[in-house]
Design a protein around this ligand. Structure first.
Ligand code: RIB
Length: 293
């Protein structure tokens, strides 16, 4: 079993601010740091740190050496990443004094995936493998269709949510990982009614399993006739960036290796709580050995 992540890689330009800017407002930041990020890269790193064999695929752009180095350093195979002469994806992230963030995303090479690249990469994987996807790359619908045709099991974190997600044939997804906002957007239910969101997924995608994360309010799993809630671990937030990605990578490890739902949710929650207590995206993701279980 291998994990293929056909996902984004971003240079995260992180600005420390007293508060998140309001429209029309100008303030000075108290610091700027550059981190490797992108939901795809973060989830690849998290899954690899959790112990899975991970292959990351995509297009690396000019000046994106940090992204490749970060993947390599964390044990992710980068042989399916092609160089291209264009700007890589990047973000402008504000992090306030409470550790809350807001993210402005520039897609860059993440949104230049071609049919050829997708076909070449997927041809190397099959029914014994998992494909980990987010919504920061173009051609998401095509990737899902072609992976499913090859029997590859699809794990989708439809983040950031937009209409490209609804253009996909979501019947082909084996595992959804959504937060309450994405869950509400997909289902039409209210974000504050998590069990209704889970019911909706069960009714509309009966062959899929779903994880619904609620930030500081915990996380739900529902699937195969089982429903389980895991409370969050209280922690002083330094930077919430990549907490969800950390959860996803660790959940995938437990789910794909048969750890059982309760342990899997507990480990993913623990890993995310550690990520929240550290700065940056990929650098904040803990090693499995850091999870006292
Ligand atoms: O989920 C966190 C990530 O979202 C950041 O690393 C940023 O690059 C954005 O893609």
């Amino acid at each position: 079993m291998r994990v293929l992540c056909l996902g984004s890689m971003n240079l995260d330009y992180v600005y420390s601010v007293s508060h998140i800017l309001a429209p029309g407002e100008t303030i000075s930041s108290t610091g700027r740091e550059t981190f490797a990020g992108g939901k795809g890269l973060n989830q690849s790193v998290a899954a690899a740190k959790a112990g899975l064999p991970v292959f990351h695929a995509g297009l690396s752009g000019t000046g994106g050496e940090l992204l490749l180095e970060t993947l390599r350093e964390n044990g992710v195979d980068v042989s399916f990443i092609r160089p291209v002469d264009a700007l890589p994806g990047h973000t402008v992230i504000q992090v306030d004094e409470k550790g809350q963030n807001c993210i402005l995303l520039y897609g860059g090479t993440n949104r230049q995936l071609t049919s050829d690249l997708i076909g070449d990469v997927l041809s190397q994987f099959g029914p014994e493998d998992f494909l980990l996807l987010q919504n920061e790359v173009n051609r998401l619908d095509e990737i899902i269709d072609r992976a499913h045709a090859r029997g590859i099991r699809i794990v989708l974190n439809p983040s950031p949510f937009d209409q490209a997600v609804m253009a996909c044939d979501l019947d082909k997804v084996s595992l959804f990982l959504v937060n309450e906002i994405e869950g509400a957007q997909i289902s039409g239910c209210l974000a504050r009614e998590p069990e209704k969101i889970l019911d909706w997924f069960g009714a509309h995608y009966p062959n899929a399993e779903v994880v619904l994360t609620l930030g500081a309010d915990g996380a739900w799993y529902s699937g195969n006739g089982v429903r389980h809630f895991q409370p969050a671990i209280p922690v002083t937030a330094v930077d919430t960036t990549a907490a969800g990605d950390t959860f996803t990578g660790y959940f995938l490890e437990g789910w794909s290796t048969g750890r059982g739902v309760e342990e899997t949710l507990r480990r993913a929650t623990r890993a995310a709580s550690i990520a929240v207590s550290r700065k940056g995206a990929a650098p904040s993701i803990p090693l499995a050995s850091e999870l006292a279980d």
